[in-house]
Design a protein around this ligand. Structure first.
Ligand code: MYA
Length: 641
């Protein structure tokens, strides 16, 4: 993350901005040390005073930053599809599966740099270009959960083709779907949903990659106020060379409420037909070669004012929300890719004889396969948890969506790598198809927000919320009589934690009895996590935003905690519904929770123990030495003096 982001984050870090945080634990202790008479009097007032609550969030991940576990979003595991919705889904799913299995050859498509025209036309005819567009705009009218199952199929077939479909609908025209007015939807969605026109999402620029807010494309209102004139360029745009409709983010001058002129980002719907829009050649890439990636140039493009998407100056939020709303789709496609890899690996291991036995009988291979299954199960559980919550109308899913993208893309890389390892020499050969998957997969840890940026996003957003939690508590301390209930709850929690009696928020009541010990591990992890966040806020105050070594460890802990809670919830539902795979799932979740909670412990210790912090300091020094040398800075073994 750039310093710019830190600076901007600092600006939005209202909680820590003005006052130095006071460790609430200390304040609480002093509040308790009031004269007995006063306390009695306050207690007698308790019934009359309104019991104020600390700021609530429905996001499980957001809540753990305050050491709490709001389980509204995670228990029970979402079961959102009605029978009718399953039927509608099957109407798209079955022909898609047939097409992927029988017609589309990913290796041939890769050589051609695109899927063949017949395949694309069939996908358009079966509604695959407008999966989530309401039927009144000629779309398939699916919800997020239904969409996820199709994204999964595309990941299972060909990630290059998945990117063509995803860049079009997951981000390309998603802004119109989410933020367009009726006129814009009427005008654009039918052509886009049917694939008569193709869309792309134009955010990234040469100087604005991860730091999306620093974009330079500029749109200025014409003197007669009828249109904007857009100039600038965008890079690495998926579908950029094919698109007819572009969602473009550009700076526009706006007058703020104080009368000052400022440049703010605005989103526009741009048609290639407006003139002045050109695309560069298809980029030569490591993978996803079946999809098109190109630079897009805008030269004095005249955009009618009615093509402003959302409000003037609100474009950055639109871009972020489009990305937030699409990230679970990546988890879904990664989940499908892992299923394909696992099937290839098990098939190979079941048939390959070495040392007189099937290699499937060797412990080395068994552990690999089991771990691949855990990675896929976690990704799938996260994806459908996020999609299900979105379908239930949740608006607080951005952290969980980011986590599902980060976890899914890394899990898929691991699973693909292990598949190649199991297949040995065969895995390295093109015709087995896994080598292409590995090349295709590499970009998934980079685009739609690099995993590094998303980790910092998760940690900083969570910390910001925890900061406001602590600030509320500070405020409450100024009027302890009116806020006695809240102060009492918080102080009890801290006192118990301080003497090691806190077992954390109880989760055992939500899980099947066999999983109770695993749920207890999550509770413990959440308590330690909240305490560590509080400790870091106390120690670093607003400077915490610059402590990326620590922020990454918090993000990794949050990812591990989310992987435990979603799988616990899902396996519990499987047990309750008596699914044939219930015991298999319980076995997986036990391992997931044991291993993830140990990693959480290690990561949190690294944020607090002086020995571990010294290691982090040394890592910083080591890197500095390399930057000074522009490469390795130690002497070669053969050098003598
Ligand atoms: S598309 C390009 C992808 N690019 C990115 O993802 C850019 C990554 N960078 C960022 O996200 C931002 O710049 C970060 C913020 C996070 C670094 N949700 O000052 P700020 C608000 C809601 O902190 P910055 C591609 O790759 C924030 O609260 N709000 O911002 C193609 C604040 O609000 P306020 C957010 O320091 C992929 C304001 O914004 C969020 O600049 C092809 C400013 O915040 C958020 N997330 O940095 C994919 N973030 O002013 C194909 C910030 O009110 C997919 N804010 O306080 C294929 C998949 C397969 C699908 C299959 C289909 C079938």
């Amino acid at each position: 993350m750039s310093t710019m982001m830190s600076v901007r984050f600092l600006r939005h870090f209202n909680v820590l901005k003005s006052t130095k945080l006071v460790y609430p634990h200390m304040r609480l202790m002093s509040a308790q040390a009031q004269p007995l008479e006063q306390v009695k009097e306050e207690k007698s007032n308790k019934r009359e005073v309104k019991k104020e609550k600390l700021p609530e969030t429905n996001s499980f991940i957001m809540s753990i930053f305050s050491g709490q576990a709001n389980v509204n979003q995670v228990f029970p595991y979402p079961d959102v599809l009605t029978e009718d919705q399953v039927e509608t889904l099957n109407m798209v799913r079955e022909p898609t599966l047939k097409l992927f299995n029988e017609m589309h050859d990913p290796l041939v498509a890769e050589l051609n740099g695109k899927a063949d025209d017949k395949t694309i036309q069939m996908l358009k005819d079966m509604g695959s270009f407008g999966l989530m567009v309401p039927t009144k705009y000629e779309g398939a009218g699916l919800n997020n959960t239904q969409y996820a199952t199709l994204a999964e199929l595309s990941g299972q077939s060909d990630l290059g083709l998945a990117v063509t479909l995803g860049a079009h609908q997951s981000i390309g025209y998603k802004g119109i779907l989410l933020f367009g007015n009726e006129k814009q939807k009427d005008k654009y969605l039918p052509d886009l949903a049917t694939g008569r026109k193709t869309a792309c999402f134009c955010l990234t620029e040469p100087s604005a990659g991860s730091d999306a807010g620093s974009l330079r494309c500029k749109a200025v209102l014409s003197p007669d106020g009828s249109h904007y004139i857009l100039n600038g360029s965008k890079i690495w745009i998926s579908n950029g060379g094919l698109a007819d409709i572009f969602t473009v983010f550009a700076r526009t001058p706006v007058i703020t409420s104080s009368g000052e002129e400022k440049e703010k980002v605005t989103a526009f719907i741009v048609e290639r037909a407006f003139g002045g829009v050109t695309s560069g050649p298809d980029e030569k890439k490591m993978g996803i070669k079946t999809s098109n990636t190109a630079h897009v140039y805008f030269e004095n493009v005249k955009i009618p004012v009615e093509n402003v998407l959302g409000e003037i100056g609100n474009g950055f939020k639109i871009a972020m929300n489009v990305l937030n709303s699409g990230r679970f789709g990546m988890g879904a496609s990664m989940s499908g890719t892992m299923k394909l890899c696992i099937a290839k690996a098990t098939d190979f291991a079941n048939n390959r004889i070495q040392f007189g036995d099937k290699i499937a009988s060797f412990g080395t291979i068994q552990e690999k396969i089991a771990r691949m299954a855990l990675a896929q199960y976690i990704t799938e559980s996260m994806t459908y948890m996020v999609a299900g919550n979105m379908d239930k109308g949740s608006t607080e899913f951005q952290l969980e969506a980011a986590i599902s993208k980060v976890f899914g893309s890394e899990a898929a890389w691991f699973v693909c790598d292990e598949t190649i390892q199991i297949l040995g020499g065969s895995g390295y050969m093109r015709e087995t198809g896994v080598e292409k998957i590995m090349r295709d997969l590499r970009i998934f840890r980079i685009f739609e927000g690099t995993n590094d940026i998303l980790r910092l996003f998760v940690a900083l957003t969570g910390i910001q919320n925890a900061g406001s939690h602590l600030k509320e508590l500070q405020k409450a301390m100024k009027n302890p009589v009116a806020n006695l209930g809240m102060i009492f709850d918080e102080s009890t929690k801290r006192v118990f934690r301080a003497v090691g009696l806190s077992s954390g928020p109880s989760l055992t009541e939500f899980v099947s009895p066999e999983l109770a010990p695993s749920a207890a591990l999550v509770s413990k992890s959440v308590t330690n996590f909240g305490a560590t966040v509080e400790h870091l806020l106390f120690k670093y105050n607003k400077k915490i935003i610059h402590e990326q070594f620590l922020l990454n460890r918090l993000a990794n802990s949050a990812i591990d905690i989310y992987s435990m809670i979603v799988t616990l919830s899902r396996a519990t539902r499987s047990v309750q519904k008596n699914f044939p795979s219930a015991q298999h799932e319980v076995n997986m979740v036990k391992v997931i929770c044991n291993e993830a909670s140990s990693r959480v412990h290690q990561n949190l210790v690294a944020c607090r123990s002086s020995e571990k912090l010294n290691d982090l300091k040394n890592l910083k020094k080591i890197s500095e030495s390399l930057f000074v040398n522009n490469g390795v800075s130690h002497r070669h073994p053969i050098e003598r003096d």
